[in-house]
Design a protein around this ligand. Structure first.
Ligand SMILES: C[C@@](CO)(OP(=O)(O)O)[C@H](O)COP(=O)(O)OP(=O)(O)OC[C@H]1O[C@@H](n2ccc(N)nc2=O)[C@H](O)[C@@H]1O
Ligand SMILES: Nc1ncnc2c1ncn2[C@@H]1O[C@H](COP(=O)(O)OP(=O)(O)O)[C@@H](O)[C@H]1O
Length: 269
């Protein structure tokens, strides 16, 4: 079985308070985009994980795909599998690629072995693997709160727009980014602001990690400014960075160029 785990964007990200468990409560809109990895899972004689494409830091055992397998193996006594991941989504970009791989692994194993786990329990497994992992189970736009793993529906369809995501070859770990944050209550209700139309977002919708990271990594504000200068209706860093995205009314302007070390994705939302 093969599937294509996709990335996500954060449209707005308010880090509202530090929790007693050391994590942070947040408010964000998570939106899926079709920047994808490829994950194949097949029954096998013994369990092995291999990968190609972008090198993934850490051992195979620490890969989230194998951790997802381990979770279900413990509860369902699964037979061994061979997993191969072709990594295409940049790592440490704030687009949730690793979390998506893990969530897709859970969904694929559920289907492959007819476990009938159901969406809610799959989300419970996913939450234990990473805060934004549960999002990728249903994989539809949502308003996310608490650790980023509790969802409310949001009526948001950006299908008419085109998006450009730019990863400036800068790996920012989520833990580093949270370490630089001073949590504060949101000044504007994201739930309301998101409904006011994309042309209002530049003034109302913010990502708190921008404040924390822009003064250290100057390429980030430069990229954001470049996207606005090129006609983006809305531009922002996603998640804890370092990818920055712009949403355009029509096609992404042809003249936008970046250094060859940057990775980009563009497509319909
Ligand atoms: C910032 C966000 C926004 O969507 O996305 P990314 O930039 O990672 O894609 C998420 O909150 C990232 O979620 P995720 O990447 O799954 O984080 P986890 O693996 O659960 O946690 C990594 C580390 O981030 C911090 N962390 C994470 C989530 C959260 N709500 N509060 C935190 O303080 C903790 O220090 C934790 O040890
Ligand atoms: N399948 C995977 N793909 C990417 N990263 C993974 C994977 N499994 C584990 N990781 C670990 O997760 C970290 C980053 O996760 P990722 O979701 O790509 O970034 P971000 O949280 O910025 O969106 C990496 O540093 C890596 O060590």
């Amino acid at each position: 079985m093969i599937a294509f785990p996709n990335a996500k964007l954060n449209i707005g990200l308010n880090i509202t308070e530090r929790r007693p468990d050391g994590f942070h409560n947040l408010e964000s809109v998570f939106y899926p985009v079709k920047w994808c990895d490829a994950l194949e899972i097949l029954p096998a004689e013994e369990t092995v994980f291999t990968s190609s494409g972008i090198p993934i830091p850490g051992s195979s055992e620490s890969n989230l795909c194998l951790k997802a397998y381990g979770q279900l193996q413990a509860d369902f006594d699964l037979p061994p599998v061979k997993m191969h991941l072709h990594k295409n989504i940049p790592i440490g970009a704030g687009v949730g690629g690793g979390s998506s791989d893990a969530a897709f692994a859970l969904k694929m194993l559920d289907e492959l072995f007819a476990l009938n786990i159901g969406r809610e329990r799959l989300e419970d497994y996913a939450r234990q693997l990473g805060s934004d992992c549960a999002f990728f189970i249903h994989n539809k736009p949502v308003f996310a709160k608490e650790k980023g793993d509790v969802f409310e529906p949001v009526a948001l369809d950006l299908g008419q727009y085109t998006c450009l995501v730019v990863y400036p070859d800068l790996h920012i770990t989520t833990a580093e980014a949270y370490g630089k944050i001073k949590p504060k209550p949101a000044e504007v209700s994201l739930r309301e602001a998101i409904q006011n139309g994309i042309t209002t977002w530049q003034k109302t919708i913010t990502n708190d990690f921008e404040t924390a990271l822009f003064s250290t990594y100057l390429v980030l504000p430069q990229l954001k400014a470049q996207l606005y200068q090129s006609g983006a209706l809305y531009a922002s860093m996603t998640g804890s960075g370092s990818a920055v995205f712009g949403i355009f009314e029509n096609e992404v302007p042809a003249g936008l160029t970046f250094p060859t070390t940057f990775r980009t994705w563009q497509g319909r939302l």
